[in-house]
Design a protein around this ligand. Structure first.
Ligand SMILES: Cc1cc2nc3c(=O)[nH]c(=O)nc-3n(C[C@H](O)[C@H](O)[C@H](O)COP(=O)(O)O)c2cc1C
Length: 365
């Protein structure tokens, strides 16, 4: 799929199926090893060092693609600098009834309401333990079961279960598809969650001798006041970074399509502007030192560069692969190298946040 013609054929074939079936087929193809490795020139200027991790490049696979940790190594082989498995919940759960994922081709968007369908902690743990060589950066995105009576306890259980296997943790409180989950973004609930999660991590640091970074993944739909409170809590509790953002519940600016009113979270191109503004606002509030992962609507080298200049240390993508195929990763990496050439820069750090002011004050519409 890394060759343009193969990518085009694969996309046409996959789009003949419903979106969830196509996703299953893609996971199977990756598992079978049929997908060739990416032969992109490794540009040392694209390396990113954060915490004690050395990312070969800043482009990661976003959460939700590999919920059960079936294909982390295949994704790394395709050229991703890192991948994030999950969201995973303590118990396996089926998620919402099908259909629950919809393509919006004229907007290059996706709406999903999967609702954290996943095989649970034990199954993910067994898969990750079974990896041949445990190399490469694999983050674990933890969530809470729909029927959990104590959601904080579910996140803490995730930290305790995977601390020895995770390169980093993403704490996902921003899925719109688990009722009430996003209420954890409100100040008091967030403070309680972060206290629990960070103390579980710190406890593990003592036994493992390694501090696993914990990142908080937030929605792009928070108000300015909520964003300010989130960033304050993140800094106060010693959280290691933010992921901005998850999908949006907004539906502004979409072309007519019967599926645009499906319930769920919208991602892909229509999310780009909203999530980039949220990212830049978070960057301005947090200052230059807090690591932030920019995600939402990246579909080219240009949009990847825009996220970095709006304030991202690392980036992730998912929905655009549906429309552009896996060859997009190499295209983005080559394009980022060209951007560095064009601006006469020797690392992405030098570009980070260059345009944060403009993005933070831009209007969404
Ligand atoms: C089908 C689908 C499933 C997703 N599942 C998850 C998930 O389980 N956990 C999570 O944190 N984000 C999940 N996401 C959100 C993505 O990780 C990402 O934040 C969002 O899609 C924006 O990036 P994109 O526009 O490049 O897709 C999902 C997205 C899609 C499209």
């Amino acid at each position: 799929m890394v060759f343009p013609l193969l990518d085009k054929l694969a996309i046409a074939g996959l789009h003949a199926m419903d979106a969830e079936t196509a996703h299953g087929v893609t996971i199977k193809a990756l598992k079978s090893g049929l997908v060739p490795a990416c032969r992109v020139r490794q540009d040392p200027r694209l390396r990113v060092k954060l915490w004690d991790l050395d990312f070969p490049n800043p482009v990661g696979m976003a959460a939700g693609f590999d919920k059960n940790g079936e294909v982390p190594d295949a994704l790394l082989k395709l050229g991703f600098g890192y991948t994030e498995v999950g969201s995973v919940t303590p118990k396996a759960q089926p998620g919402n009834p099908k259909p629950r994922v919809f393509r919006l081709p004229s907007d290059e968007g996706v709406i999903n309401r999967y609702g954290f369908n996943n095989e649970g902690h034990a199954a993910l743990r067994a898969r990750l333990e079974g990896r041949h060589r445990q190399t490469g950066i694999v983050g674990i995105n933890v969530g809470a079961n729909k029927d959990a009576t104590d959601r904080v306890a579910d996140y803490v259980a995730g930290i305790e279960m995977f601390a020895d296997l995770a390169s980093y943790f993403a704490v996902n409180i921003s899925s719109p598809n688990t009722p009430g989950l996003r209420n954890l973004q409100a100040r008091d609930a967030l403070a309680e969650l972060l206290t629990g999660v960070i103390s579980a991590r710190d406890e593990k640091t003592r036994t493992l001798g390694r501090k696993v970074p914990v990142l908080l993944k937030i929605a792009p739909d928070v108000s300015d006041q909520e964003m300010a409170e989130i960033v304050e809590e993140v800094l106060a509790k010693g959280v290691d970074g933010l992921i901005v953002s998850n999908t949006t519940i907004a539906r502004t600016g979409l072309k007519p399509d019967p599926r645009r009113d499906e319930a769920g979270g919208l991602s892909g191109k229509p999310l780009f502007r909203r999530s980039t503004i949220a990212l830049a606002k978070a960057r301005k509030l947090a200052g230059p030192d807090l690591p932030i992962v920019g995600v939402g609507g990246i579909d080219s080298a240009e949009t990847a560069w825009t996220k970095i200049t709006a304030g991202a240390n690392l980036i992730q993508l998912y929905s655009s692969l549906t429309y552009k195929g896996m060859g997009l990763i190499g295209e983005i990496l080559n394009g980022l190298s060209r951007e560095l050439d064009k601006h006469g820069l020797s690392s992405l750090d030098e570009a980070r946040g260059m345009n944060a002011d403009a993005w933070a004050s831009a209007s969404i519409d």
